[in-house]
Each structure stands twice: as structure tokens, then as C-alpha cells.
Ligand binder design. Structure first.
Ligand SMILES: NC(=O)c1ccc[n+]([C@@H]2O[C@H](COP(=O)([O-])OP(=O)(O)OC[C@H]3O[C@@H](n4cnc5c(N)ncnc54)[C@H](O)[C@@H]3O)[C@@H](O)[C@H]2O)c1
Length: 350
């Protein structure tokens, strides 16, 4: 029994998660998957009502009683500090040690590629971003704040354990793909924290002799992703490099509406979410594109061994894009629920 926690969250989150849930149900029916889901009330509404962000009891429930978590988005103009989103999303990432941030980037339709003369065969990569360290830990501080002599410091953390475990994940993933791992770093300018990544690579790569290990400085990687995207298969970077390169890569295939992601602690915890935010500007208009949330659900199905179901959902998303059965952001004229219904019908008929 696949146990799924749904966290719709704020803004368009509930709208896209409703469709993701419908698609899960359709896939479960078609491919005989035993599953159950529970929707948890976490987000801005609850925070404004009770002051709760991620109470311990909810965290324990999420950690202990589910195989996977599916998130919509968090962020609400009524909570300008965004404290609830930080507590929930960063809290889950840290407390469940979701050290892999995985973003597949695949061009479905040439119309959405800003590069000249590039097609689906040229852009198919997986960005594997370290999700717990680098300059994102909050370690640092100010001296003489708000004076002309202010000193500000954000400390970059790399641990050997984190480099090794992420690289092992990347090499294993590459084994199921085109068998190339490219580590992107700034080991030239950041010799300590990023030099460690290179030494980790030198130790891990020989354990995967059938995978080609490459290194690129991230500035060069950014250029080559634009000029030679076909060279990239699995792209690995620390939290900062991965943050930048994953957005660049997403822009090559159509941006937010087609960008799914997973945050994983392989073997113990898994969270799936669209990359986009809560889009308060389009809440309730029917314009929210559910495809990124639905593609995130396909990642979930694949990770839990339901390959045929995952392939059917991915194929349905591709058909929606190719046939223009999309929301206006991708040039179509369907509403959120109509796109969801299109995908469900395709999956049922797969
Ligand atoms: N993972 C998350 O939960 C997450 C990620 C990013 C932003 N946020 C939060 O979301 C709120 C809004 O942030 P933002 O405006 O910078 O980013 P956003 O991704 O919510 O929106 C950016 C633009 O893209 C559009 N857009 C986004 N998703 C779309 C979809 N599925 N279909 C159609 N159009 C879509 C929006 O209408 C908007 O014009 C903020 O509170 C922010 O903190 C949350």
C-alpha cells in the first residue's frame, strides 16, 4: 500500500494538487496500484487561524505514517514574513534530511525552447542539487550592521559525507540514463568547499566504471548548457550551483509550468512538488497549469516502482503539450480542471 500525504498549501497549490490527486487515482485504477492519501491542513490559512506552522505532531505524522509527500506550494501575501512556508518547506527538508533535490529537464516541444534549432533530442538532463549545505544553512552574521563599515558573512559548508552521498546518488541515476555525470563547481575560486567536491568525485567515480565523470566550472557549465545542451545528462552541484543551473536548465524547456521536482532521502523519505510557487496573481481563475504537479506525481510513481503508470502519466503530459491541450501559459485555452481531466482520460486509455 502506497501511503501519500498531500500538502496542497497556499494559492494555486490546492488547485494543482487536486488535479495531481485525480491523476494518481486514474493511474492507480488503470495499473492496479494500492494507494491511500490524506490531505494535511498546513499553510497560510492554518497559520493565520492558529499560529501553527509545522507542529511536532504533524511532523511526526508525516515522517512516520507516509511513504511520500506531495506538496503544492507555500506563500501567501497575508503572511509577508513567509514564516509558515520556511518552517514547513525548509523544516521538512532539514528534519527529514532530504539531501537530494532532483529536477528532470526534458524538452517536450520545440515551441517552448528559447534556443535556435534545438529539439527534444538535444535537451534531456537531470539536475541533482545538494539540498542541505553550501551557503543555505544560515550560518554567518553581521558586524557593524547598517553602517558604512558593515561586515557580512555567509559561510559555505561542504561536508565529505554530503558530497559522497549525493555523488553516489548521481552515479546510480546516470546508470539508468545516458551514463554521464557532470560535476559543476567553482573549485578554482572556492578551493576549500568546492575542492572537497572534486576530491569526493575522485573517490566515488572509480566505483562506477561504466559511467563517465566530467567536471566543469559552473560559469562554463552555464554557457555550455545554452550552446551545447546535448552534452549534459546528470548534472551535479552544491546547493548554490544547483539552484542557479536548475533554473537555467528549466528555462530551456518552457519554464515553471513544466518543471517538476523531488526532494529525497533515498530509502527513507521522499517529497514531490512542482518548482513553481503559489502564484497569488492567478488564484481562482482556472489558469493554474497543473502539469508540473502532475509530472511530479509521475516521478513519485517511478520512484516507487510503478514504471508503467509513470510512463503513462508522462506520455499523457507530453500529448497535452503537443496537442495544445493546456492552460494559457503554454498557449492553450483549457482550464486547470480540464487539463487534469485530459490527462486522466489519456491515462485511463493507456
Ligand atoms: N516551493 C514553493 O512553495 C515556492 C516556490 C517559489 C515561490 N513560492 C512562493 O510563491 C509566492 C509567489 O512567488 P512568485 O510570484 O515569485 O513565483 P510563482 O512561481 O508563484 O509565480 C511566478 C509567475 O509564474 C506564474 N505561474 C507560476 N506557477 C504557475 C502555474 N502552475 N500555472 C500558470 N502560471 C504559473 C505566476 O502566475 C506568476 O506570474 C511567494 O509567496 C513565494 O514565496 C513558493
Amino acid at each position: 500500500m502506497l501511503r501519500i500525504a498531500l500538502l496542497p498549501g497556499d494559492g494555486i497549490g490546492p488547485e494543482v494538487i487536486e488535479e495531481a490527486k485525480n491523476v494518481l487515482a486514474a493511474a492507480a485504477d488503470r495499473f492496479s496500484i494500492q494507494w491511500q492519501s490524506e490531505t494535511l491542513d498546513l499553510g497560510a490559512d492554518r497559520y493565520l487561524r492558529t499560529g501553527d506552522t509545522l507542529p511536532q505532531a504533524d511532523f511526526d505524522h508525516l515522517r512516520d505514517d507516509f511513504d511520500a509527500i506531495v506538496v503544492g506550494a507555500f506563500g501567501d501575501p497575508r503572511v509577508p514574513t513567509n514564516i509558515h512556508a520556511k518552517d514547513i518547506l525548509l523544516g521538512l527538508r532539514q528534519r527529514l534530511d532530504l539531501y537530494v533535490n532532483l529536477r528532470p529537464v526534458r524538452l517536450l516541444d520545440t515551441r517552448f525552447c528559447p534556443l535556435k534549432d534545438r529539439g527534444p533530442a538535444d535537451i534531456d538532463m537531470a539536475i541533482v542539487r545538494e539540498n542541505t549545505e553550501s551557503v543555505y544553512t544560515g550560518i554567518g552574521g553581521h558586524l557593524r550592521k547598517d553602517t558604512p563599515h558593515e561586515v557580512a558573512q555567509s559561510i559555505m559548508i561542504s561536508t565529505r559525507m554530503a558530497c559522497d552521498r549525493l555523488l553516489h546518488y548521481a552515479f546510480q541515476l546516470a546508470g539508468q540514463r545516458r551514463k554521464i555525470v557532470t560535476l559543476c563547481d567553482k573549485a578554482n575560486a572556492i578551493p576549500h568547499a568546492h575542492g572537497l567536491w572534486r576530491r569526493s568525485l575522485a573517490a566515488v567515480a572509480p566505483q562506477y566504471p561504466d559511467i563517465e565523470a566530467r567536471t566543469l566550472y559552473s560559469d562554463v557549465a552555464a554557457m555550455r548548457m545554452v550552446t551545447h545542451p546535448q552534452e549534459f545528462d546528470v548534472v551535479v552541484g552544491d546547493n548554490l550551483m544547483g539552484d542557479m543551473l536548475s533554473d537555467l536548465a528549466a528555462a530551456l524547456v518552457g519554464g515553471l509550468g513544466l518543471a517538476p521536482s523531488a526532494s529525497l532521502h533515498p530509502g527513507s523519505a521522499a517529497l514531490y512538488e512542482p518548482v513553481h510557487g503559489s502564484a497569488p496573481d492567478i488564484v481562482g481563475t482556472g489558469k493554474a497549469n497543473p502539469l508540473a504537479a502532475i509530472m511530479s506525481v509521475a516521478m513519485l510513481l517511478r520512484d516507487f516502482g510503478h514504471t508503467a503508470a509513470a510512463n503513462a502519466v508522462d506520455a499523457a503530459c507530453e500529448n497535452a503539450v503537443m496537442s495544445g491541450s493546456t492552460t494559457p501559459d503554454l498557449g492553450g485555452n483549457l482550464a486547470t480542471a480540464e487539463v487534469g481531466a485530459y490527462i486522466c482520460a489519456q491515462v485511463a486509455a493507456a
